[in-house]
Design a protein around this ligand. Structure first.
Ligand SMILES: [Zn+2]
Length: 258
């Protein structure tokens, strides 16, 4: 298990948090020696400056998505708490900016793991999704239950959900990034791939009204470059527009489990 996840679990234990509704980020932050302020920072979602015992988190004032704001706070808390509760790596003052890609990638991944585990602790998450068929509506329910963005909810499902799904973010009709569950039947979808015409997402990028309904499409339409993806594999697809970034998030899952 990653260090970020482990330390998120320690925090959940330490404060006896039993469910996502009891999770008060600001209270934990304050108890651990952190102050959180909203600020006019530009170029990143959040920043933190800290030493081993206390620190200051600045959150970009212009974030109006509550879920994204919470993930940003949890991410910055992660940097501080991972340092505080890891025996090694003690150092002086550290500064981190979230979202500007300057920071150390390993530390970023750890802080993201911390945030995902803290906000969507695995036992809570697994209990919530248990035996519910996957679809966009479930992702929306997760987002509401855990007070996280749709993207964070979908990524967490792709990581530890009951059924293997793919999450794809597209902009200007091209794939920006994707995250595939390890058991998802197709494996290779490079950034920059074109959104296929068979997809409802294509409608959005071509000025048409996009349906949020689920559709069955050949896996090959998205995974053209994946040589191991079979022509006989069909996937269910659902799309949702993420207006702030003018992007479409697609989730895909297999039509039958054999
Ligand atoms: Zn960071």
């Amino acid at each position: 298990m990653s260090r970020g996840k482990k330390i998120a679990e320690q925090i959940i234990d330490k404060y006896c948090i039993k469910n996502p509704r009891d999770l008060n980020l600001e209270e934990i932050a304050n108890a651990e020696g952190l102050i959180i302020e909203e600020s006019n920072i530009s170029g990143s979602l959040g920043k933190i400056i800290f030493n081993d015992d206390y620190g200051l988190i600045l959150i970009n004032k212009s974030i109006n998505n509550e879920g994204l704001k919470r993930f940003t706070i949890a991410h910055e808390m992660g940097h501080y708490l991972i340092n505080k509760y890891s025996s090694q790596n003690k150092h002086g003052w550290t500064i981190d900016s979230f979202g500007d890609y300057i920071s150390n990638r390993n530390h970023e991944t750890e802080a993201d793991h911390f945030a995902a585990e803290l906000l969507m602790h695995k036992p809570w998450f697994s209990k919530f999704i248990k035996n519910i068929p996957v679809c966009l509506d479930l992702i929306k329910q997760i987002s509401a239950e855990f007070n996280v963005s749709l993207t964070a909810a979908a990524l967490r499902y792709a990581e530890i959900g009951q059924y293997p799904i793919a999450v794809i973010m597209s902009k200007d009709a091209a794939v920006q990034w994707s995250f595939l569950n390890e058991y998802f039947p197709c494996k290779y979808l490079p950034g920059g791939s074109r959104v296929p015409k068979e997809s409802n997402a294509w409608d959005f990028f071509n000025g048409k009204e996009m349906s949020e309904d689920e559709d069955l499409i050949p896996a090959k339409s998205w995974f053209k470059q994946d040589l191991r993806c079979k022509a006989t594999t069909y996937l269910y697809e659902q799309n949702i527009v993420i207006p702030v970034i003018n992007s479409v998030m697609t989730i895909l899952w297999q039509s039958e489990y054999d």
